[in-house]
Write a protein that binds this ligand. Structure first.
Ligand SMILES: *[C@@H]1O[C@H](CO)[C@@H](O)[C@H](O)[C@H]1NC(C)=O
Ligand SMILES: *[C@@H]1O[C@H](CO)[C@@H](O)[C@H](O)[C@H]1NC(C)=O
Ligand SMILES: *[C@@H]1O[C@H](CO)[C@@H](O)[C@H](O)[C@H]1NC(C)=O
Length: 511
């Protein structure tokens, strides 16, 4: 493959790291990974556009990574496989909040396993202009499966006042240091949101953080009041350490608490969420944050939409505390993206955010596949589907996992866009990482989706267009077909150009 942008970067004044878009390495997957080690490190770098022309960035199964090219607008309209008319004045669709990943305990363990210089590179790979320019971070509140142990912030039986509430070593030594560095390299405000997996065991019907069970008592009661206070304590503890939360999800995957689940969970129905929100959580968090906190309901698969949102938002009081709906992608095959669209149509003032997704979670899937292009396609396809159905941003699961897909105390190993290889003192940027880059680097917060009309058979092509705050238009094309495709883009202001989408490729254009 062609090499681009070879530059010598002096990193922290200690070591010289050679930087280029991709130092490829093949592990036998359908495509390659890009390596970062103490001497060589792959970096995308900032993206640039040329005024009055079209800029293309392309990545593909054959190994291209962010290959840049430019072209002029066309005088006439040649034949193409697909014609796409973009209504450049349609700005009434959803606005982008952002893209991000989760600062899990496991991400922290992997981060800490590399040298200080590579630790910095791990974070800049996601949060700086050299990397994905992420502007969202999810922060699990206490232990989850991607921890090395099962814990909460207050395991003292009967401590309803939460006098013994304390952040864990994982927060202080791993998550907060990573977050602080992310904040220092990000050019935009990072929106952090907390998500709980389980209340302390003593507060629950089954006396355990995992398995089948929920909070004792009923919304409005002592247990729910204490649980709301727990959110406030977390908010204050992070704020005291310099990390202000932008939002919270009410409960990670509340539906899993109705079955004998293997790791931390807590059952909540939409009726419980509605009543907990208006009687306890909403008032407590609004008071602590001067009404600025963004509370998201659901944080689970879309299979229960729009019903779940209707139950909560249908109640005026609960509605007044809720900002949006968090969705996960794990059962998307059971319910099409139209569920998202109907949720939006019923509640246009609430945003929808993809709050978690990962590959390799399926029962018989290999957790980590180094270099899988299919998984990059799966990410890109899901993001385009979501964006075309009123989702405002997409937050990935673990920022970094090890080569096994962990650590995970219940061995629920999965994949991640960056895999850390401690023994080689290196990390690998997976094709999924570049798939995310094709969105996160081009759709800044405040970008607005533009409506479009497709003419021709799609034949495994997906596309979405946004108008950015700087007035540039970004179109992302995913071609999952084994043959190249010509896509003629006609902007409704009269300008047109051709995108030549190679076989199995992702292209982002700016104009
Ligand atoms: C770094 O990259 C150069 C040029 O591609 C290569 O020759 C060298 O072996 C690489 N070093 C390491 C440690 O990967
Ligand atoms: C609370 O928010 C309101 C409205 O945004 C603002 O006017 C007020 O100054 C804030 N109060 C504090 C204590 O920050
Ligand atoms: C891929 O493109 C070819 C050529 O246009 C077409 O015949 C084929 O049906 C497409 N494959 C799929 C799965 O759409």
């Amino acid at each position: 493959m062609r090499r681009q942008a070879v530059a010598v970067v002096l990193f922290s004044g200690l070591i010289c790291v050679l930087s280029e878009i991709c130092y490829t390495k093949s592990f036998g997957g359908s495509s390659v990974v890009c390596v970062c080690n103490p001497t060589n490190c792959s970096d995308i770098g900032p993206v640039t556009a040329e005024h009055g022309r079209i800029t293309f960035y392309e990545s593909s199964m054959t190994g291209e990574r962010f290959q840049r090219s430019t072209a002029d607008f066309l005088e006439d309209a040649p034949r193409a496989d697909i014609d796409l008319t973009v209504n450049v004045l349609s700005g009434t669709l959803q606005e982008i909040i952002g893209f991000g990943g989760a600062f899990t305990d496991s991400a922290g363990v992997n981060w800490a396993s590399l040298s200080p210089d590579l630790q910095k590179r791990l974070i800049t790979s996601y949060y700086s202009p050299e990397g994905l320019e992420y502007n969202i971070g999810r922060v699990p509140m206490g232990g989850c499966d991607f921890s090395t142990r099962d814990y909460t912030y207050d395991d003292t039986e009967g401590d309803f006042e939460l006098k013994n509430f304390a952040l864990a070593q994982e927060d202080i030594e791993l998550k907060i240091p990573m977050i602080q560095f992310a904040k220092s390299v990000s050019e935009e405000e990072i929106y952090f949101y907390g998500s709980p997996w389980s209340a302390p065991a003593w507060m629950k019907t089954n006396g355990k953080t995992f398995g089948m069970g929920g909070l004792k008592g009923f919304p409005g009661d002592q247990y729910y009041e204490t649980w709301a206070k727990y959110f406030v304590k977390f908010y204050e503890a992070y704020r005291d350490r310099g990390v202000e939360m932008w939002g919270f999800t009410m409960q990670n995957e509340p539906t899993t608490g109705y079955i004998p689940w293997k790791w931390q969970t807590m059952a909540m129905s939409p009726y419980t969420e509605r009543d907990f929100l208006k009687k306890n959580l909403g008032p407590a968090l609004f008071k602590a944050t001067n009404h600025s906190i963004k509370i998201m309901v659901l944080d689970d698969n879309r299979v229960v939409l729009p019903w779940w949102a209707n139950v909560i938002f249908g109640d005026a009081e609960a509605n007044s505390y809720a900002a949006g709906v968090g969705v996960h992608w794990y059962q998307d095959n059971l319910r099409s993206a139209s569920a998202l669209e109907s949720t939006h149509r019923n509640h246009p003032d609430k945003f929808i955010l993809n709050t978690e997704a990962c590959e390799g979670f399926q029962p018989f899937a290999t957790a980590v596949i180094l270099g899988s292009w299919e998984r990059a396609e799966s990410y890109a396809q899901n993001i385009i589907d979501d964006l075309r159905h009123f989702v405002s941003g997409w937050v990935d699961w673990n920022l970094f996992l090890n080569t096994q897909g962990g650590p995970n105390w219940v061995k629920n190993f999965v994949d991640s866009p960056i895999i850390v290889d401690e023994s080689a003192q290196a990390f690998y940027k997976q094709p999924m990482y570049y798939a995310l880059a094709h969105f996160s680097k081009f759709l800044p917060r405040g970008s607005v989706r533009l409506d479009d009309t497709l003419v021709g058979s799609k034949r495994k092509l997906s596309v979405v267009t946004f108008l950015r705050p700087d007035k540039l238009k970004a179109t992302i094309v995913l071609n999952q077909n084994d043959s190249a495709k010509k896509v003629l883009i006609k902007d409704s202001d009269g300008k047109s150009f051709m995108i030549e989408a190679g076989a199995r490729s992702i292209i982002t254009t700016l104009r």
